[in-house]
Each structure stands twice: as C-alpha cells, then as structure tokens.
Write a protein that binds this ligand. Structure first.
Ligand code: BGC
Length: 746
C-alpha cells in the first residue's frame, strides 16, 4: 500500500482499533475492521503442506484440518540440497494457499538440530546454518511469488521441546551468531519473509517475544528485516514490553488490547511504536488482498510432486551391492511401515493427507513381492508369531527389505526423546533376520538419527526419514533403481547419543547452557576426530563420480572480495545420476578456535554416464569469517585457508589453498593479563609483539633456557604484568601501549 494511503488509513483508526490489529481475531485469523474494509486474513501451518483448520482450532495438530497434500518434512527435503527444488516446493505450497484463502503459511523452520533428541527435528532443516539458510531462501521466494506470506520460525535458539515455553537457551554471542542465527539472517537478507515468528523460549534470560536485541537490533537494524514479527502461539508474556521490543502481532486471538491502550494513554508506550506495528500489519493484509490469484487445488498433481521431492531427497546410506533390486529377484518386505508408512511428524505441522501411498501397494504395480508384518509400527512389543513368520519367509528370499523406524509416539512437537534407540522389538528382529539372510536392506522412517546396533549385520540402508504422503512410491522407485538416489544427509548420524556435543547440557528445565558453543554437529565430531555412523553430507548413488581440476579464479582473496571455486565432476558409472558437490572452508591461520571445516557452498549436478560438467561455487569474505564478540562483527584473519571440495564432510576429494588479505583488524583490549603472544598474534601489533617477544625470550634465555624456540614459546605466554615486573618493559611503556592501542579500531 502506498505510504500516503496507509498513513491516512492509520489516522482513521481509533486507539482501540490499532491495539486490536496487533493481536489475532481468533486462532487463525487476524482482526479485520469492517467499517474500513480491512479484511480478517487467515494464517495456517506449514511448513510441509497446509494444515488449514475450518472448524475446531488448535496448535498441536489434534483437530481436523482440510484434506491437503503432505510434502516431505524438512528433515527429508533438506537432503535434496537442491535450491531449485525448494523453490518449486514453495511455488506449489503458495498456489495451494491461494486456492484455499490462506494468506500466510507458517514456515519454514530453520532452527538448528543441536541434539538428535529434539522432538521437532523433523521440521527443521539441518545441523548446519549455511545449508538451513540456503534452502530456506528459495522456499520463501517460491511461496511469496504468489503473494502468500511465509513465517520464518522459530526465532531463535528454540532447540528443544521440553519446557520450550519457559526454558532459557543460554549461549554466548559468537555461538548465536555463527550457529543459531545465520539461517535466519540469510533468509531475511535474501528473501525477506513477510513475517518472522518469535520462539517460545528465552534467550540468555530474556523471552524471545520481548527481546529488543533480537527483534529490533539484530533482525531489523542489522539485517534490514521489513516484515512483521508475530508471536508463536501463546509465546507472549507482557504484551506492552513485547510491542516495544519489536513484536508486532500476538497470536492467537487472546490479545491484551486493553494493556496496550492503557500504556499509550499513560505514556509508557509511545504511540509511534504502536503505529509502526499497525503499519506492518496493514502491509501484510494489503500484500494479500491486492494480489489474489485464481488457483484451484490440484491435489493429484501435488501428490506427484510430493513423490518427486521425496525421490530427490531419500539418502542411500549403505549399499554392499544389494541395491537396486531386480524384478526377477524374490523380494520380501517386512515391517508394518511397508503397509502403513510413518511419513510425517506430530504437532502443528500435521497435515490431513488426502491420500497416502504405501510401499506394499506401490510395488505391486512393478514387481511381485511377498510381505510379512514382523512387528507393529505403533508399539514396542516383540510378537514371537509375527517374528517367526518373517524369519522363515526371509530364509527363502533373495533380498529382504525391512521397513523400520520410530513409532509416532516416539517423536513429536511438544516433547523430546530421551534416547536415540529404535524400539527393541525392531532391533531384535532385524538382527534375527540378518542371521538367516545376508541380503537385508533397511528402509528407515524416522524424523531424526537413530542408533544402529545392527549396522554391520545388514547389507543396505535407505534413509527415507518422514517422506511425506507419497513416500511408498518414492521408496519403491529408489529400491528398484527407477530413481537413482541422490540425497545427502543434512545432519550427522552419531554412533551413540553420548557422542553428541549437547549430551551433558540438553533438555534442562529453567535454562540450558549451550556449552559446546560453536561445535555443533560435524563441527564437533570432526574436531574430536570421532567416528560416526554416517557423516554430514553423506549419501550414495547407484553410479560413481570422479572429481578433477579444482581451481580458484584467483590465488588471493582481498577483504572485501569474492572467490569462485570450480571443479569438474564426471559420472564414472553406468547409469545417470546426480551428485551433490560440497565446498568446505578450513581456517589454517591458527589464530582462533574454529571448526576443522565448515560448509560454505554446494551444488547439485545431474550427469549421464561418462558425462563431465564443471561446477562453480562462489564465496565471499564472510565465507571465511568467524564472529568476534569483541568487535561485534565478522572477521577473517589474514593468512592461508583451505578450500576442500568433496562428496561429504568426510569424503573430501580435492583441496586447494587461498591466501586472504585484509586491512581490517580486531581491536584489542589490553590489560595486565594480556600476553606477549596476544600482541604478536594481533595483525596490527605484530611488530611491537615481535620486539617484546625477542626481549622477553632473551631475558628468559639468558636466565636459564638455551633453546630459542623454547624461549619464544615461553615468552609468548608471559603476561604484560610479569613483563613489567621482570623489568623487561617499563611501567611507562605499558601505559603507552594501553593509551595508544587498547579498545581502538586498529
Ligand atoms: C508451533 C508453531 C505453529 C503454531 C500454530 C505452535 O505450537 O510452535 O510452529 O506455527 O503453534 O499452530
């Protein structure tokens, strides 16, 4: 809406009407104002399909919603690593929203998978912030191309479900900036979601819904967010504080309008703050009403698209030559999920699918397969009769495909898992079947990593996650090689729960300390040189790929600047396939604690047998940077960085190095405890540091050390306080150092 028109409209609103616009009219609608022709627009969950409730409303997926299409949840679609596919997914969801009068789809969710236990991991994209941001951007663009808003959620650091409404996520600023915020930042800067949803939790003791730092300073002032912030359902505490902190819209319709009116009247809330929030609400309404599209629901076509998304995302984790299956083989399917797949998670994202495809039905159109239930997919009960039937059928089969995973009750919005195990009945039967047949393949249905005590006993593992309503068809197509799998893991599969970096600090009640800091997911496992079941970025294909000719467009990147990395990828196998090429940056400067490598680029490339294509990926100086709380900015030390390109985070095929040059430097806070080495390491104080190092080393060497290197090493860690005390530096010289260089931009 033009700004004059908007101003005129706001001028016509009473104070009560303005306050009213800042909270919902009911569970899913904003308030309308009939006398001014302002309609009550509707919002709906999201993110992997519409959960539009026409009758009884709730935020936990309990009551009925309209028949719709359940696309694969984020845990699976993230494995596509495919920006174009994400845009197509957004496009389809945007059209569905237009067809059903939904103005805002509540998604995508970009919270980081800090622990495999988080009950809502299935709704989130990754343990890696770069991947989460890169995939959120095209999804948002796809939806919003239809003038349907999105809601980027849950901002921020909402990484557990237990006590999600009362627990404080306590993390230092570097950790927040490098791990928990970048996906939001990328999505805001590159796609401008119409809305951002603040999370339930507190961040360092301040409710997200009242967090001025988060909503006003970071989101708006730093990142330039233009849209409105709405609360998660029931996340508000003090409505007036929230408004002042940048929360425009409270959802659902239980707003404390009277408190807002009173605060404006008694001067504790500036009317301009309220007007700004109202302006954002009006913009959202206008964006929708001014651009209605004539769309019809195309459920069948969208079901086919849901299958396509699953096919592009399913991850082949292990294959000892048992896949793809062949029509001529005697194949046995085992497990209730073959007939009744587990394909979506519980809670607010739960879609009322208009139909669901199961593998058992899907395979009948293609091959003759026998079936033994083996175990129930609902509960953990070992049924000897069912087990016996499956084991004896397995003896006669060429291939046994076991559909296993987590029952619905094991993972959902609202609570976390307490362990990473699959039901004991399933683990037991898998092992028993593997004892009588060496060609066992597992198809997994789970929203997050599980322990795999049988991993060495089985010949193949297909990770289908929660695959959306067309999962049965997609799995069959992958099993039989009709589709060549191309998904890669968007998270690490640790061997056991206690390997996970958040193990000692997860799920606490009042506050949870993010003590692992920036070492989340592969950043931790790599640093600790820890074995994992499957690393981040891992996924096999029915063909093979060779990498060659890694090259950089320049040997030196100057800050600020860009770098293009190119590599040739060849399909060296016999069938067409797709490879996800991953680019990781390694900081070789050794100046600051950093992960071994971090994902900063990826591309998915489709190749016929024998075909070679060049893949180019673009970096900028931010790709090399870490967040310095001291200068409250991103920074990369000058020096050497590794460019590692590969097929997974632990399958690096080619490496190069690049030099980074910068004139920027961190300021330094000099105290008596600052060491000689701190000065030497500082890019702008190296000369002063070198001189002091030599003097200090000389002092020690002449006293008792003969070896120069040893002298330097010891001198480097001597604090200035001691340097003065030993008379190596005068008190005046120290004072000068502080005056000239401490806390200044150098
Ligand atoms: C969830 C949100 C959801 C909202 C509305 C909340 O419980 O955390 O993700 O959009 O309910 O259903």
């Amino acid at each position: 809406m033009e700004s004059n028109k908007k101003k005129a409209l706001i001028a016509q609103l009473t104070l009560e009407e303005k306050a009213g616009l800042c909270s919902g009219g009911d569970f899913w609608h904003l308030k309308g104002i009939e006398r001014l022709g302002i309609p009550a627009i509707m919002v709906s969950d999201g993110p992997n399909g519409l959960r539009k409730q026409e009758d009884k409303a709730d935020h936990l997926g309990i009551n009925e919603s309209i028949k719709a299409v359940c696309f694969p949840p984020a845990a699976l679609f993230a494995c596509s690593f495919d920006r174009d596919l994400m845009e197509d997914l957004g496009d389809v969801i945007g059209k569905e929203a237009q067809a059903t009068d939904v103005a805002v789809v509540l998604g995508p969710g970009v919270n980081i998978k800090r622990s495999p236990l988080c009950g809502r991991n299935f709704e989130y994209i990754s343990e890696d912030p770069y991947l989460a941001g890169e995939l959120a951007v095209p999804y948002i663009k796809g939806v919003q191309a239809h003038h349907v808003g999105t809601s980027l959620k849950h901002c921020a650091a909402n990484n557990q479900e237990n006590n999600r409404m009362s627990c404080s996520s306590d993390a230092d600023e570097r950790t927040l900036r490098e791990i928990y915020l970048p996906a939001f930042e990328t999505a805001v800067k590159q796609a401008q979601p119409a809305t951002v949803m603040c999370s339930y939790n507190l961040i360092n003791g301040v409710h997200a819904s009242e967090n001025n730092w988060l909503m006003n300073e970071v989101l708006r002032d730093e990142w330039g967010f233009q849209g409105l912030v709405l609360s998660d359902w029931g996340a508000t505490v003090d409505r007036v504080n929230g408004l002042a902190a940048g929360l425009d819209l409270e959802m659902p319709g239980v707003g404390d309008d009277a408190a807002i009116v009173a605060a404006v009247k008694n001067g504790t809330l500036g009317e301009a703050v309220l007007d700004k929030a109202v302006e954002r609400v009006l913009d959202l309404i206008d964006q929708w009403t001014a651009h209605r599209e004539q769309q019809a629901l195309t459920l069948e076509a969208d079901h086919d698209f849901a299958r396509h998304v699953a096919e592009e995302s399913i991850v082949l984790l292990k294959n000892n030559g048992v896949l793809p299956l062949e029509k001529s083989q005697k194949v046995l399917f085992v497990g209730e999920y073959a007939a009744v797949p587990r394909y979506q998670g519980g809670g607010s994202s739960h879609v009322n699918s208009f139909k669901v495809s199961d593998a058992l039905t899907a395979v009948k159109a293609y091959a003759d397969v026998s079936y033994a239930k083996g175990f129930s997919g609902m509960e953990d009960v070992y049924d000897p009769a069912l087990a016996e039937e499956a084991i004896s059928a397995a003896k006669a089969a060429d291939r046994v495909v076991i559909f296993a995973g987590l029952p619905e009750s094991f993972e959902s919005e609202g609570y976390d898992r307490t362990h990473m195990d699959m039901p004991a009945c399933q683990n037991r039967l898998i092992r028993e079947i593997a004892q009588v047949n060496e060609n066992v393949i597992l198809v997994l249905h789970n929203g997050a990593p599980v322990a795999m005590p049988w991993l060495n006993d089985v010949a193949g593992v297909v990770e289908a996650y929660l695959g959306g309503q067309a999962v049965g068809e997609a799995v069959v197509n992958v099993l039989y090689g009709i589709v060549n799998p191309s998904g890669k893991l968007a998270e690490t599969f640790p061997i056991k729960l206690s390997d996970n970096p958040s193990y000692l600090n997860f799920g606490d009640k009042e506050s949870v300390e993010y003590r692992e800091g920036i070492f989340v997911g592969y950043r931790y496992y790599d640093k600790k040189e820890m074995a994992v079941n499957f690393p981040f970025g891992h996924g096999l294909s029915y063909t093979t790929f060779a990498y060659s000719n890694l090259r950089l467009d320049k040997p030196v990147i100057t800050d600020p600047g860009t770098l293009t990395v190119s590599v040739d990828v060849t399909n060296t196998g016999a069938v067409a396939g797709k490879e996800i090429v991953q680019l990781y940056i390694e900081d070789h400067t050794g100046k600051v604690q950093r992960p071994i490598r971090e994902l900063k680029g990826f591309a998915k490339v489709s190749l016929d047998p024998g075909e070679t294509k060049t893949v180019s990926m673009h970096l900028d100086t931010r790709s090399f940077s870490w967040y310095s709380a001291a200068i409250r900015d991103w920074y990369a030390y000058p020096g050497e960085y590794g460019i590692a390109v590969g097929s997974s985070s632990r399958d690096i095929r080619l490496t190069e190095t690049v030099r980074l040059e910068t004139d920027r430097a961190l300021s330094i806070h000099i105290t008596p405890d600052t060491t000689v080495g701190d000065l030497y390491d500082h890019p702008k104080l190296t000369e002063i540091g070198r001189d002091l190092l030599a003097r200090t080393a000389h002092f020690f060497a002449s006293e008792n050390i003969q070896d120069d290197t040893l002298g330097d090493a010891i001198a480097g860690s001597v604090p200035l306080r001691a340097v003065v005390k030993f008379g190596i530096m005068s008190q005046e010289e120290y004072g000068h150092l502080v005056m000239e260089y401490s806390d200044r931009p150098l």
